[in-house]
Design a protein. Structure first.
Length: 390
């Protein structure tokens, strides 16, 4: 490479872009190497094309949010320094209007392209050089420069990490595994439910022990369950775990016993009308082995109790981790926190090298937490790399 760069960023995702901007703001000459034909690919697909880029819960004034992150102790100092107010101010400074939807932050255009557009404009203003279709296979291209590894997780990033790890087998590293994805479950109860949404409480249990519990909108699929509450549960789930759905959280005090009394002469297949979508009601009847044509009055007390119990504890067993075509939104794993200085994200074993974003073993739930980590860690690494330039 003939031209000299103070800082070379490997990977043009949100973490890489942010680290480039932070380093450039400190006066560094910065180069981004990106494997694909353009930078910011995941920004464009994030939040269903709307880019949920952060969450107001990520607030230095209310550090409870930290419990939402995997490896929170490691990430804490950066997240408290670079919280959602800091990020919102930064994006507004770059000319992007922001909208707050129940704490989830989006560009006001509700178009992910707007985030990328303001970042590209700022990169240009900061004279950051971008080389696309350039796969950095190892760090030999980056002699005499500070390097920021911001290559996330994909087929290219694993090769570069592999090379670094080969060079130094001591580097603390955790294998990646997909998180934030739909769950494959047993299918016998799912007949007729594909695409049906329901607000419910999802409890995740292993050997009877509660691992996760959250209320949210779930979508039944022919292979299992999806929706944000399912994605969040997938951070904790393993094959053989039990998903238990409480489908009554929206019933506002209505109960089956009263409905059975009032509509005694009606058929059982109408029992859940007004409480649950009809196909879900029919699935509950099937699970309770109650024929839909029977009249409600024929139900015994124990059958009503059984129906009530299925409504609050609709169980599905999680089957395997083979996702097939189901794309995860994030990966858990990568560089362990023992490998890095928590303030600067400098690799302890390679002082010229910094890391940022998904390549580090930190992740959060849906709601802007993962992009927030990418921006905040990118900023921290970029500043530190620029300040340490020789
Ligand atoms: C469908 C989808 C929707 C999502 N929605 C949201 C959301 O709404 N909110 C949220 O908070 N999070 C969301 N996420 C997660 C979020 O996109 C990631 O957490 C974030 O992109 C991670 O940023 P990163 O820069 O670390 O990695 P990446 O975005 O993966 O960027 C890494 C970049 O490095 C490049 N690269 C890799 N290896 C090399 C190499 N050897 N040489 C050169 N370049 C290389 C890659 O091509 C890529 O461009 C979503 C993810 C997906 C898949």
């Amino acid at each position: 490479m003939s031209e000299h760069f103070d800082v070379i960023v490997i990977g043009g995702g949100p973490a890489g872009i942010m680290s480039a901007l932070a380093a450039a703001a400190e006066g560094s000459r910065v180069l981004i190497l990106e494997a694909k034909d353009r930078i910011g690919g995941k920004i464009m697909v994030s939040g269903n094309g709307r880019c949920n880029f952060s969450n107001t819960a990520i607030s230095a004034g209310a550090p409870d949010f930290l419990s939402q992150y995997h490896n929170a102790e490691f990430a804490a100092s950066i997240l408290l320094r670079c919280d959602s107010s800091w990020l919102r101010d930064l994006f507004e400074h770059w000319g992007m209007a922001v909208v707050d939807q129940d704490g989830w932050l989006f560009p006001a255009t509700r178009y992910a392209g707007s985030v990328l557009e303001v970042l590209l404009r700022e990169l240009k203003r900061s004279s950051v050089v971008i080389k696309t279709q350039c796969v950095a296979a190892d760090l030999s291209c980056c002699q005499d420069s500070k390097i920021i590894l911001a290559c996330g997780f994909n087929e290219c990033s694993s090769s570069i990490l592999g090379n670094i790890i080969d060079v130094d087998a001591q580097l603390p590293y955790t294998e990646f595994r997909p998180i934030l994805h739909p769950l494959n479950t047993e299918k016998s109860l799912l007949e007729g439910l594909d695409g049906l949404r329901a607000v419910c409480r999802l409890n995740l249990l292993r050997d009877g022990k509660l691992l996760f519990s959250e209320i949210g909108e779930l979508m039944f699929r022919n292979y299992g369950i999806s929706g944000i509450v399912t994605f969040n549960a997938s951070r904790y789930s393993e094959k053989g775990d039990i998903v238990s759905l409480d489908l009554t959280t929206t019933w506002n005090g209505l109960n089956l016993t009263d409905i059975c009394e009032r509509y005694a002469s009606q058929p059982c297949n109408t029992l859940f009308d007004g409480l649950l979508r009809r196909p879900l009601g029919l699935a509950i009847l099937r699970k309770a082995k109650v024929a839909g044509e029977r009249s409600i009055t024929s139900l015994t007390d124990s059958e009503i109790k059984r129906l009530e119990s299925i409504c609050t504890d609709f169980q599905l067993e999680v089957q395997g981790s083979d996702l097939g075509n189901l794309q995860p939104q994030a990966q858990r794993g990568g560089l362990s926190f023992e490998a890095l200085d928590p303030e600067s994200l400098q690799l302890k074993m390679a002082p010229n090298v910094y890391a940022a974003g998904e390549i580090i073993d930190v992740d959060g739930p849906c709601g802007g937490y993962n992009l927030h980590w990418a921006w905040a860690s990118g900023w921290a690494a970029g500043l530190a790399a620029a300040k340490s330039k020789s």
